[in-house]
Design a protein around this ligand. Structure first.
Ligand code: NAG
Ligand code: NAG
Length: 389
């Protein structure tokens, strides 16, 4: 045979074997019921353990319908590194928050590699826990709806997350994660319902997503590097926030974060960096906020290094967190408060290398104001409010 024929035959056998080789596991085969009532937790766990034990690429399939689930741990490591979790239906948490509210999370993937979670709606049914928290009674802190931890090469695409008890999506201690086309929705006054929280992770990308919630749309915790956020709409919510940093004395820093092409509507903050006012060796450096539109945002551009809720364990102390090389480029729109640009930096470690370029923020159709404390840097291009650097 000619080399061409041989390579064509090899290609055909490779292509067909890879089709045959992908194993499919439907949760229905393990007893899950799409009726919105039957607890399908065990069925999901059983289907996952088969997909995870497969030595070939595997698909875990969740068809249309409503599946009632308490905590599911999608535990790795697995025997293959190509698992597609394809969800057509809705996964619903118990309406009694007592059942999972004391657990850290509801649906959690741990120590997995090469998992794609595609589609689906997660409903955390958090409203009961939110009202408990707002009543001042003692309540569990609540479960994060979806967490990936200690995992690599993850894709989350086309997912909708509604009404989580606590955070909606957490990426912790992961490498190479792509989050795309995600929608998060919870009431604007729901406590601690951050949209996407990233911490201790490298090379995370968040694209084309729409987040409305009661806390930060995206929050970026210690130990995050090479994070890229692009084309995200935020509101209601507390904005896109690096922090809180400096809660601990020994803490990993945040570096190389790009937040690009974002829209904030009616939010408490736009782009924020926040640290506790107390000693820490943490830092935030090489941060770029570019192309943001602010619609009636209370603090469009803010660095707050004096975070000290309830004035407990930190009054009067300077933040140890060192903030440097932060660029704000092409940010315009309206501020809901007179001060649209606020840099309130540490008196011990002033912010350095702050750059403002092409900023136009108005308050009631007039130029807004800027306020600087312990902040150093430069402005270029049109900068309105007039820079205080
Ligand atoms: C910064 O992060 C981006 C991804 O967000 C990456 O492509 C780039 O290489 C990183 N730069 C450095 C200096 O690590
Ligand atoms: C700033 O934005 C306002 C509102 O969009 C606009 O009226 C004003 O002309 C802009 N200023 C400059 C100098 O471009």
């Amino acid at each position: 045979m000619s080399p061409l024929v041989i390579s064509t035959l090899l290609f055909i056998s490779f292509a067909s074997s890879s089709l045959v080789r992908s194993a499919k596991y439907s949760v229905l085969s393990y007893g899950a019921k799409p009726d919105g009532k039957t607890d399908s937790t065990k069925a999901f766990a059983a289907a996952w353990s088969q997909a995870c034990a497969s030595t070939k690429p595997a698909t875990l399939y969740v068809p249309k319908g409503i599946f009632s689930l308490s905590q599911v741990i999608f535990q790795g490591p697995c025997k293959n590194n190509a698992i597609l979790v394809s969800v057509a239906g809705s996964l619903v948490a118990p309406s009694d928050y007592g059942l999972i509210g004391g657990a850290k999370n509801w649906l959690v993937f741990e120590h997995v590699n090469g998992v794609t979670l595609s589609g689906g709606t997660l409903d955390g049914q958090g409203a009961g826990l939110w009202s408990c928290k707002k009543s001042g009674k003692s309540c569990p802190s609540g479960a994060t709806s979806l967490e990936f931890s200690n995992s690599n090469n993850i894709v989350i695409t086309g997912l909708t997350s509604l009404n989580s008890q606590m955070f909606h999506i957490v990426i912790n201690a992961c490498q190479n994660v792509k989050v795309k086309g995600v929608r998060v929705s919870a009431a604007g006054n729901s406590p601690n319902t951050d949209g996407i929280h990233v911490s201790s992770s490298t090379s995370v990308t968040i694209l084309n997503s729409r987040i409305g919630t009661g806390d930060d749309c995206v929050s970026i915790g210690p130990g995050t590097s090479n994070l890229w956020i692009e084309n995200v709409a935020c509101g209601p919510g507390h904005g896109i926030s690096i922090g809180s940093l400096g809660q601990d004395v020994q803490e990993a820093g945040v570096q190389n974060v790009t937040v690009k092409t974002t829209t904030f509507t009616g939010t408490e903050n736009g782009v924020r960096i926040k640290s506790w006012g107390r000693p820490s060796n943490g830092f935030a450096r090489n941060i770029l906020f570019q192309h943001a539109v602010m619609n009636n945002v209370q603090n469009p551009i803010i660095i707050d290094q004096n975070y000290c809720p309830g004035n407990k364990n930190c009054p009067g102390q300077a933040s140890g967190v060192q903030i440097s090389d932060v660029t704000y480029q092409d940010i315009h729109g309206s501020s809901a408060k007179e001060i649209a640009v606020k840099f309130d930096c540490s008196k011990k470690y002033p912010c350095t290398g702050i750059k403002l370029e092409d900023i136009n923020l108005t308050y009631q159709n007039q130029p807004a104001e800027a306020s600087c404390t312990n902040a150093r840097g430069a402005a270029s291009g049109l900068v309105q409010p007039t820079s205080c650097l």
